[in-house]
Ligand binder design. Structure first.
Ligand code: ADP
Ligand code: MG
Length: 457
């Protein structure tokens, strides 16, 4: 092939030729030999001008075939090997007779992926028992969109949030949803740690090609806790190639991490920017109402009846993430059944106090209005009442501001605590203080002081 195509020996052509050889080696480890022989090896690098690489295919059929199925991956590998982002053009060598259609064997090889071990998602982790609130709304919407149309909308989907807030739950839910509508979809779920371990084993056993084949013949690729890769250069490199490969073929990728891409230290810049290229959605600590709803949901799963009062008490007094909430409810339910007692707030309170006595819980509404009432000498009833007197309104706005900042509760819920006020008037109060603090140093100092009193840590 190459003897028929003139290949000038300028620097860029030499670079291209060398890069192409490395690209061939990489592709070779990923596709079966018949495809390699028929479609890939016959390609010849022609030119590398500006940022465009031209490859020549021996005939229209191969040109089309490569354009359709391999241009993404070839382009990404070439960019990689050339060290800059390049565009790819696949040309067909004009004169020769048309290539014959592919043989049946080749066609079969193309469409048959290697068997990958099937992933069965955890029964407990489904969209149906995931409580949606302000804190996780975007992540859930992203996860559902991806489950509905894998590879179509957000690719990659990157979900981040601290531990115990439902990232793994969402990954399993995505898998379950996809499998329920198309059971034969090949889905890989693993933690970045598993990926790293398997990769290192494969390196040691000289089985990298097997490893790659397994990890690349997938429709949906779910990788949990990607932050684990920080500082692991070789594994990052491998993840990078797998990512590019799957992405260029339009396969769905979902990643999770305990922090946003920009905060994962010792992470290759190229990987980081790829993580950011789709939808990046965070999960925050849930507010009190969502916590309450989660508790009710868990009680339902445990088949116990819980009063709203008890659920609210737990939501307000158990500190930390959802995993801790689950721990608390399991503990109370177990103890109540051992002692044969009813599940009431009176029963739960001493257990919770004792269990969490060393951890500090967030101050709630009552503590906040108490403090504001004492500081400004305005009664709680006045703050919750209709008075429009300036000092009362000011104290009310400060209490609203603190409640929102500290509890993160919804405007609506805060409105109901402040004498059934409309959520817009709550937002207005919050904004008023927020804006005023920017130019009023005294107010700023005062609010900070109150925050410190409520949150000494
Ligand atoms: P992460 O992977 O973020 O550390 P997990 O997905 O393991 O967190 O979640 C921890 C536990 O909390 C799981 O049992 C999960 O079902 C539960 N959980 C987290 N968020 C929610 C939610 N919004 N609704 C219901 N359960 C939740
Ligand atoms: Mg997890």
């Amino acid at each position: 092939m190459k003897d028929q195509l003139s290949f000038d020996d300028s620097d860029s052509s030499i670079r291209l030729e060398a890069a192409w050889q490395r690209v061939l080696v990489r592709i070779q480890s990923e596709v079966q030999e018949p495809i390699m022989a028929r479609f890939i090896r016959p390609l010849a690098p022609v030119s590398f001008v500006d940022t465009t690489v031209r490859l020549c295919a021996p005939g229209r059929f191969i040109q089309e075939w490569v354009r359709e199925r391999f241009s993404g991956i070839i382009q990404s590998y070439l960019s990689d090997e050339l060290g800059e982002s390049v565009q790819l053009e696949v040309l067909a060598k004009p004169r020769e007779k048309m290539d014959s259609a592919p043989t049946k064997a080749v066609a079969a090889a193309v469409s048959l992926p290697e068997a990958t071990p099937r992933f069965s998602p955890n029964e407990r982790y489904q969209f149906g028992n995931f409580v949606v609130g302000q804190s996780n709304r975007l992540a859930v919407a992203g996860a559902k969109a991806v489950a509905k149309e894998p590879g179509q909308k957000f690719n990659p989907l990157f979900i981040y949030g601290s531990s115990g807030l439902g990232k793994t739950h969402l990954l399993h839910s995505i898998a379950r949803e996809i499998l329920s509508s198309s059971p034969s979809t090949s889905i890989v779920y693993m933690t970045a740690q598993q990926f790293a371990e398997e990769f290192i084993n494969a390196l040691q056993a000289n089985k990298v090609e097997n490893f790659r084949r397994q990890h690349r013949h997938v429709e949906v690729w779910l990788v949990d806790d990607i932050q684990f890769l920080a500082g692991k250069d070789k594994t990052q490199e491998e993840i990078f190639h797998t990512f590019n490969y799957l992405h260029s073929l339009g396969k769905q990728i979902v990643l999770t991490s305990d922090r946003p891409p920009k905060d994962i230290y010792q992470m290759d810049e190229r990987l980081r920017s790829r993580f950011e290229a789709g939808l990046v959605a965070d999960i925050q600590l849930p507010d009190t109402e969502t916590r309450c709803a989660i508790i009710m949901k868990k009680a339902e799963a445990l088949e116990v009846a819980l009063t709203l009062e008890l659920a609210m008490f737990l939501a307000e007094s158990v500190p930390g993430n959802v995993r801790m909430l689950e721990g608390a409810i399991t503990k109370i339910v177990t103890m109540a059944s051992l002692e044969g007692t009813e599940l009431t707030r009176e029963f739960a309170e001493p257990i919770i106090d004792q269990y969490y006595q060393h951890t500090v819980s967030k101050p709630g509404f009552n503590q906040i209005v108490d403090l504001v009432s004492n500081t400004f000498n305005i009664t709680i009833d006045e703050m919750r009442g209709p008075s429009r007197k300036a000092p009362v309104v000011h104290a009310r706005h400060i209490a609203i501001f603190l409640t929102r900042r500290i509890t993160g509760d919804s405007w609506k819920h805060i409105g109901s605590q402040f004498g059934d006020r409309d959520h817009t008037s709550i937002m207005h109060g919050y904004q008023k203080i927020d804006e005023q603090m920017h130019h009023d140093k005294e107010l700023l100092g005062q609010v900070r002081g109150l925050m410190r009193t409520l949150n000494p840590h």
